[in-house]
Design a protein around this ligand. Sequence first.
Ligand SMILES: NC(=O)c1ccc[n+]([C@@H]2O[C@H](COP(=O)([O-])OP(=O)(O)OC[C@H]3O[C@@H](n4cnc5c(N)ncnc54)[C@H](O)[C@@H]3O)[C@@H](O)[C@H]2O)c1
Length: 263
Amino acid sequence: MNDLGSHRVALVTGGGRGIGAAIAQVLVASGHRVAVCDIDGQSAEDRAATLNDTAGHDAAISVQADVVDRASVTAMLRTVNDRLGPVDILINNAGVISASPFLDLTETEWDRVVDVNLKGQFLCSQAVLPAMIEAGWGRIINIASDAAKTAEPLIAHYSASKFGVVGLTQSIALEFADRGITANAICPAITTTAMMQQLAGQLQRADSRLSEQEWRRAMVAEIPLGRPIAPEDVAAVAQFLASDAAAAVSGQAINVSGAHEMH
Ligand SMILES: NC(=O)c1ccc[n+]([C@@H]2O[C@H](COP(=O)([O-])OP(=O)(O)OC[C@H]3O[C@@H](n4cnc5c(N)ncnc54)[C@H](O)[C@@H]3O)[C@@H](O)[C@H]2O)c1
């Protein structure tokens, strides 16, 4: 037990903003203590401060870490362990995107996107699992994408990384199914975050037949719901998957796509 309350310990990677920030918020609202990790240490710090202000008590801490770097992940886990205790709930959310015609896609950009989106989830999952096994309880929630189910042009590296996330999720779910540990992926369609803004600009540069605004409109037009996904839509599913009520849900890749993706 420590000074931050008695609920579970959650670690949210890429939690400084966007979807990760919304998930950190609902986990605090559920009574968990949350470590907000981000490569951008300032955004993690600001987010943790906001969470603590909103909660009215010390519910969150911040940790600067790069999920692609094993030494950084190990140091992050040490900090979280020392300050909050062993991680019960891991939200593998940190991710990056870029757009490029396939023939122009550089090896450097392939490696960057696949490393952050896929290797990062591998390293963080491997780092938290021993404590989950010992506890006989654990939740690993991997943020994938609708691009993990059906590919789109100009984002081959992103799509490949997210298809990989689903495979990683299924494999972890199977290996640890009988130890009280579940692993699931969430597959959001285009979501209103900085990444969405960034992607529209990158798509325009990769294919200038559409303006940035037209690209944004085209992405949203794909969603039968009639609006982009909100970070809170994704967070609500993460909140359920992190709960005791979701004990029998494992190995799934759950769409949050306003009926865009059906498989
Ligand atoms: N926005 C969308 O349309 C959308 C749709 C489907 C899936 N996703 C996925 O959701 C997740 C969150 O995306 P978002 O839209 O909130 O993006 P975002 O760019 O707003 O936030 C991503 C966060 O991850 C952090 N990050 C990046 N690289 C990191 C690293 N190496 N180590 C630690 N932190 C790192 C960033 O600093 C940032 O705070 C990503 O995995 C993304 O692929 C986003």
